[in-house]
Design a protein around this ligand. Structure first.
Ligand SMILES: Cc1ncc(COP(=O)(O)O)c(C=O)c1O
Length: 441
């Protein structure tokens, strides 16, 4: 911070305060994680100065000999780790990566089929109001009432709507996605199977969650969630994808540039390379296995405190809780937990009777706390603190009228003034002090 402090104290202060916040709170949003110092160093490196539109050996600008070596190295690491035939490491983030795949394979108005938001899908999988449903015809499949994907219904819907791409993915679906069943359904309707493993990439790389590589045609992923890299994304093509369309790689590459992007962010691409190297170690395998163990401990402890989990548990890094039996909305719980120092997010649940901005659930994840070295003992403490927080919120008898800005202010004021939440916050801080952000994995 030496230089930022000197040049721009305002920004320096904000960064320092944010670092303090991250140190003193429990990062339990499933899509967040703590990248290593090595990854941070790459992100802040001089590689960000270089323009290199195009691909290795095919750049529009001069001076890219070393950049070509870098990008090729990162691609080879990704191919090896995820057992795929080709990788584009240039997508700036997960959303443009997904959009690039659609534009590579579809004409405007063609049909895509993805899991709905309320069932645990992502915005970019065809949710209303997004580019994915504005420029393409989106058909959404849902889970059943208990939160499980119903593959028979999925097949029936696919036969009826004949999508060109079926998207298998999760943002809030905690269970194993049956890649084989997805691929059988895609084959039956001659669709491409695109699996978006953004949330699962680290778990898949470590072998603690099944890989879609033998089944999918295309795999997209962000690099900053369980994979613990910098912000960025990759689009991977499998052997199966090449068998279906030998021009797939060419189409995807063209969709990225000149399709929807310009110059790649080589500082982030270097960070992705480092994260891939870190993810291929036995240390990372242990880390990913612990993410899973921690999530399963949290799930079983929550059940003991009478929390209602969608599907009753988890096979991954996340847990989705239905708060209706606690008579709290996701907003109240998320805001109360924030005051207590436990950072999670409100989330919709399958067939949510409440609107998306005032959903009935919360989503909790373990990648961040596991990166700090926390294990079973700490998970049990965290669930106890979550339960205490929820009980304290119930006791405040917060009545929330949906869609009212005035009520939101009143609600937040009540939460802020609840003294038991401040006491819980002290316990959280003590726990955080015992598990500092070391970032040397
Ligand atoms: C499954 C999935 N795909 C794509 C994205 C979008 O990634 P980004 O936020 O990098 O655009 C997310 C983000 O949470 C995600 O969960």
């Amino acid at each position: 911070m030496k230089f930022i402090n000197k040049i721009d104290p305002e920004i320096a202060t904000l960064i320092e305060l944010e670092e303090k916040r991250q140190k003193e709170t429990l990062m339990m949003i499933p899509s967040e994680n703590i990248a290593s110092y090595a990854v941070e160093e790459a992100m802040g490196s001089i590689l960000g100065n270089k323009y290199g539109e195009g691909y290795p050996q095919r750049r529009y600008y001069q001076g890219n000999q070393l950049i070509d070596q870098l990008e090729t190295l990162v691609i080879e690491r990704a191919k090896k780790l995820f057992k795929v035939e080709a990788v584009n490491v240039q997508p700036l983030s997960g959303s443009p990566a997904n959009f690039a795949v659609y534009t590579a394979l579809l004409n405007p108005g063609n049909t895509i089929m993805g899991l709905s938001l309320s069932s645990g899908g992502h915005l970019t999988h065809g949710a209303p109001f997004t580019a994915s449903s504005k420029y393409f015809h989106s058909v959404q499949y849902n889970t059943d009432k208990n939160g499980w994907i119903d593959y028979d219904e999925l097949l029936a819907l696919a036969k009826k709507s004949k999508p060109k791409i079926i998207i298998a993915s999760t943002t809030a679906y905690a269970r194993i996605l049956d890649w084989k069943k997805f691929s059988e359904i895609a084959e039956e309707v001659s669709a491409f199977l695109m699996t978006d493993i953004s949330h699962l990439a680290g778990l898949i790389a470590a072998g603690v969650y099944p890989s879609p590589a033998p089944y999918a045609h295309i795999i997209t992923t962000t690099t900053h969630k369980t994979l613990r890299g910098p912000r960025g994304a990759m689009i991977m093509t499998t052997q199966k994808g090449l068998n279906k369309d030998p021009d797939l790689v060419k189409k995807i590459n063209k969709a990225i540039i000149p399709g929807i992007q310009g110059g790649p962010h080589f500082n982030n691409i270097a960070g992705i390379g480092i994260a891939l190297k870190e993810a291929s170690t036995s240390n990372f395998k242990r880390y990913a296995a612990q993410i899973l163990k921690n999530a399963q401990i949290i799930a079983s402890e929550l059940i003991k405190y009478d929390f209602n989990l969608i599907t009753g548990g988890t096979d991954s890094h996340l847990i989705l809780i239905d708060l209706r039996n606690k008579c709290l909305l996701g907003n109240t719980a998320a805001e109360g937990l924030e005051v207590a120092g436990i950072i999670i997010n409100r989330n919709g649940i399958p067939y949510d009777p409440n609107p998306p901005f005032y959903p009935s659930g919360i989503r909790i994840g373990t990648p961040g706390v596991t990166s700090r070295g926390m294990k079973k003992k700490e998970m049990k403490i965290i669930v106890k603190l979550i339960n205490q927080t929820i009980n304290a919120l119930i006791e405040t008898k917060i009545k929330l009228k949906i869609n009212s800005e005035k009520d939101k202010i009143i609600r937040q004021e009540i939460i802020r003034k609840t003294s038991s939440l401040k006491q819980i916050n002290q316990t959280v801080k003590q726990l955080c002090r015992k598990f500092p952000l070391v970032k040397q994995y």
